[in-house]
Design a protein around this ligand. Structure first.
Ligand code: GDD
Ligand code: MN
Length: 402
């Protein structure tokens, strides 16, 4: 009995979280082509799953009958959600169920589901009816118009949340702002980066090794996928009627971890090291010239400090222009352009210097941090600032792969 039950469940893929490309001209011609594979991650949703399956099936049957599949991925819920879903496969032939007994977690559940999916469009929806099924058709329409990614958003026209407290709204928006600061190029591409309701073209993520931490799989898809066109559709996040949310403080920490991991994965390490070395050389130039001005020329303290700092900065600019961003400056020739880069570099570093002073003051006076540690933290922070802003504004590196 137990083994025959198992036969109805799909095997859980193991190994890397990597979605395969679709095998072309599959020899099994009896297998109908699937357009849409919708994964429904579940944990303790036995009360919701029957209604949800029934609604979705009704909806998709009216649009793409037989061209879709539903894949429930349950993490061995104690309320036997997988079993409830499995029983429904008798009536709903497009329904498949995966029961995960070892791995845990929302994001990996979704990807495990996509790994066994056959559709060219991969999608995800919550099982608790907080995502209105009707929005599926609008998302599908966006994909059919050519989007690589179609996201159901609470923050565009017709979107919203039903009865959220001020605190929850604030937390949600706060998380978004944090994302915008750490990963503007990723999080800034959608109005609702926290959405767990979207469709993505398989091609856009096939072969990429995904490693989402925690809940926010959309950020992973945006960060690692090859997404050119993003479509958005408004929806109202419904109140949960049955069961309970699994979000705890842990999810917020995981979210931050996820942002930082993605940031580092996209960080231009080589350039950053060169930039750091150049900065280091600047310290010696600054010191040597300061010494000369004081001892040999006999200039005043402030003037010597200012002049030597400026010359140190110019030293840094020249090496960065020649070496750190040499590939870029070679394609932006001419002394006017170089002068423009120098001025921008200078300005950005000056702003960095004032940050440096502010950070030291805040840490020391407000938080009582040891002054040398405060200074080190300030230098580190400002190095990141100087590097990033100069890369973006002075040298205008757009393709960050070096
Ligand atoms: N397989 C599996 N494993 N499923 C899980 C797990 C897990 O560890 N944790 C949660 N789920 C399922 C739930 O059963 C539900 O179907 C869905 O994932 C969302 O979980 P909820 O706990 O209901 O999340 P929420 O309502 O707080 O969050 C929703 O809104 C966020 C936007 O604020 C989700 O849609 C998130 O994906 C979304 O980011
Ligand atoms: Mn929910």
């Amino acid at each position: 009995m137990i083994t025959s039950q198992k036969d109805f469940l799909i095997t859980v893929p193991i190994g890397l979280l990597q979605v395969p490309a679709l095998a072309k001209n599959s020899t099994k011609s009896d297998r109908r082509e699937i357009k849409l594979s919708l994964v429904i991650p579940t944990f303790k949703e036995s009360q919701n799953i029957p209604t949800l399956i029934q609604k979705i099936t009704h909806l998709l049957d009216s649009k793409i009958p037989n061209y879709y599949e539903l894949i429930v991925v349950d993490d061995d819920s104690p309320d036997l959600t997988w079993k409830v879903a499995q029983k429904m496969t008798l009536k709903y032939s497009q329904l498949k169920v995966m029961r995960r007994e070892k791995e845990r977690g929302l994001s990996s559940a979704v990807i495990r589901g996509w790994q066994v999916a056959r559709g060219e469009i991969l999608a995800v929806i919550d099982a608790d009816l907080q995502h209105p099924p009707e929005t599926l058709l609008k998302l599908l329409a966006e994909m059919e118009r050519g989007a690589d990614l179609a996201v159901a958003s609470r923050h565009v026209d017709e979107g919203g949340v039903s009865e959220w407290s001020i605190v929850r709204r604030f937390l949600s928006r706060g998380a978004q702002v944090l994302g915008l600061i750490i990963l503007p190029g990723v999080v800034g591409r959608v109005s609702d980066p926290m959405s767990g309701y979207f469709m993505v073209r398989r091609e856009a993520i096939a072969g990429e090794i995904l490693s989402p931490v925690g809940y926010k799989i959309l950020i992973e898809v945006l960060g690692r996928g090859n997404i050119r066109w993003v479509g958005e559709v408004g929806y109202v996040f419904q109140e949960r009627q049955e069961g309970e949310s699994k979000v705890t403080r842990k999810q917020y920490i995981e979210y931050l971890q996820h942002l930082i991991t993605l940031r580092l994965a996209k960080w231009p390490v080589g350039r950053f090291i060169r930039f750091g070395l150049v900065g280091f050389s600047g310290v010696f130039v600054d010191m040597a010239i300061f010494y000369l001005l004081r001892e040999v020329v006999g200039l005043g303290l402030t003037r010597s400090a200012m002049l030597s700092a400026e010359l140190g900065m110019i030293n840094n600019f020249l090496w960065n222009d020649l070496w750190t961003f040499g590939d870029i400056s070679r394609s932006q020739r001419g002394w006017q352009k170089r002068l423009k880069r120098l001025l921008k570099f200078n300005l950005i570093c000056l702003v960095g210097l004032s940050f440096n002073v502010i950070i030291v003051n805040l840490l020391f006076n407000l938080f009582g941090v040891n002054q040398y540690i405060a200074k080190l933290i300030a230098i580190a922070t400002v190095t990141f600032w100087n590097f990033w802003i100069n890369m973006k504004l002075s040298w205008r590196v757009t393709q960050i792969d070096k």
